[in-house]
Design a protein. Structure first.
Length: 518
């Protein structure tokens, strides 16, 4: 099942295992049972610290759990964790075997204090690049709290369950049998959502006697191209720098093909994100990942409050929190996310094989989504508000030559039509005639641009009517010692290469500020 190159690489990883890990494969019948056994035997053969046990307890036939010295870890896989989930499986073995969990201490402490039984079921697709982050986060939570369990379920192997729950997008997470979340979610968002339901003790704030022990020269909030560039520049100036990010790479991580960064003919979002992380490490920059900033206190020094309860003290701040997908805000959208409404064609496209879908938005992202989907679905209708599609000509040429893509322009989406279980169509207003028309559909992919992630500082810095942070030519905000760069600002043209340039500019401005403030 595993090729020699993969075996060689995994064997090296397994040298880090400190304590024995036992894989318990449950009994049962499934057409993929033999494939799973072959896969697990391949894995077990790569380390003498891993064993495989066949249990007589009957389950699905393709379900197994991980055990360590403490017994069951709470981590279960139902399916063959290949594809994007292969990393989740290998990481689960390493962490079960004593390797450290790379989540913030405050987050893990809070999760360990939850006194409630939480049983998660995480439905995934092996082609989904957003699913592993959710699976890995919940697996980590299971390892620190014996009351938490997580079962990764490959939807392709359990079509009856997918149909029963009407799952049309992944990841789809259920908690104790009820829908918990749908779609992409960072560890910080999952953490917040759990604490909404089951509050836990957090680290004391600075006002309660937990004054920060370290004062940073610069704290960069955001881990995308702008933020990483800013951090690298400040670190190279000799400044004590911290990066706070809910995930390194930011929005770029969701981009599959990047061809417009000068000197790099082609790369992908995940590859670029890994490069950014590597540069932070190379420059010795401290990081706090998978956490979210709740508020910032202004003063000569700034105090940053995290959702884990921790407080960071810093002399300057660079805001580079980027943007998120804009929502339509029409009836039927939020209610049916994961049930026919989606934002990621790469993750959720396979659920609509042979079906009719619409893509709302005729810019580059919308047209690229339509082209991606055209090879999977029966038909794609691009619904564009403006008079014409506003994408690069090379993309428009491809649309023109793709037979199962049609376009409707001058169309304002007013409603996503649904029945009690699924999306059935899309209603739009013809902007020429003001008449309402409805298209019969099975799914809607929303691709209408971005919204700046600035809500957490709306009471601190000035923003425009779009929510963009207002900056001057040196990336300075209206608050002394607070700078901003990238897609979260009013700087025009939201491009990776421009964000990187603005990040460098913000870093140099922060350095100049500290130089004169000293």
């Amino acid at each position: 099942m595993l090729d020699d190159a993969t075996k060689s690489q995994v064997k090296q990883y397994f040298e880090r295992i400190q304590e024995h890990v036992n894989i318990v494969l449950y009994d049962g019948e499934h057409e993929k049972r033999k494939d799973l056994e072959e896969f697990l035997n391949d894995v077990v053969g790569l380390s003498d610290k891993i064993s495989l046990e066949i249990s007589e307890e009957k389950k699905t036939g393709v379900s197994f759990v991980l055990q360590n010295k403490n017994g069951d870890t709470g981590i279960q896989f139902s399916g063959i964790p290949m594809g994007h989930e292969f990393t989740s499986f290998i990481l689960a073995i390493l962490q079960s075997g004593g390797n450290p969990i790379k989540l913030e201490e405050g987050m893990l402490s809070a999760i360990s204090n939850i006194d409630a039984d939480l049983e998660f079921e995480t439905y995934i697709s092996l082609d989904c690049h957003n699913c592993p982050e959710v699976v890995q986060t919940l697996n980590s939570f299971a390892l620190v709290n014996p009351k938490i369990k997580n079962n990764m379920i490959d939807g392709a192997l359990f079509p009856d369950l997918v149909k029963e729950k009407n799952i049309q997008g992944v990841p789809a997470v259920y908690l104790n049998g009820k829908r918990f979340l749908s779609g992409k979610a960072e560890a910080s968002a999952i953490f917040d959502k759990i604490l909404e339901i089951h509050p836990a003790n957090l680290t004391k704030s600075k006002d309660e006697g937990n004054k920060p022990q370290v004062i940073y020269d610069v704290t960069v909030i955001g881990g995308g191209p702008a933020g990483v560039t800013a951090a690298v520049y400040t670190a190279r100036k000799g400044l004590k720098t911290l990066v706070i990010a809910d995930r390194l790479g930011g929005q770029v991580k969701d981009t599959m093909g990047i061809e417009n960064i000068i000197s790099i003919p082609y790369t992908t979002g995940p590859e670029l994100s890994n490069t950014l992380a590597s540069q932070l490490n190379t420059n010795g920059i401290q990081k706090k990942e998978n956490v979210r900033v709740q508020k910032i206190e202004d003063g000569k020094h700034k105090f940053i409050h995290l959702n884990t309860g921790e407080v960071i003290e810093t002399k300057t701040i660079i805001l580079s929190t980027g943007a998120k997908w804009r929502e339509l805000n029409v009836p039927g959208e939020k209610e049916f996310v994961g049930k026919g409404v989606a934002y990621c064609p790469h993750c959720d496209g396979p659920f609509f094989k042979g079906k009719d879908v619409a893509v709302v938005g005729g810019g580059n992202s919308g047209v690229e989504a339509a082209l991606d989907l055209s090879g999977i679905v029966k038909s794609v209708t691009i619904v564009e508000f403006g008079d014409k599609l506003n994408a690069d000509q090379v993309l428009l040429d491809k649309v023109g030559s793709t037979k199962n893509i049609q376009t409707i322009t001058k169309a304002q989406t007013t409603e996503i039509r649904t029945n009690s279980e699924a999306v059935t169509g899309l209603t739009y207003k013809n902007r020429d005639t003001n008449s309402l028309d409805t298209i019969s559909l099975d799914g809607v992919f929303v691709q209408i641009g971005l919204v700046p992630n600035s809500s957490f500082v709306k009471d601190l810095v000035s923003t425009n009517k779009f929510g963009e942070i207002m900056v001057d030519e040196k990336c300075r905000t209206n608050i002394e010692g607070v700078f901003a760069c990238g897609d979260v600002t009013n700087t025009p043209y939201k491009q990776i290469i421009i964000a990187m340039g603005e990040g460098a500019k913000a870093a140099i401005s922060a350095f100049e500020y500290l130089l004169h403030a000293a």
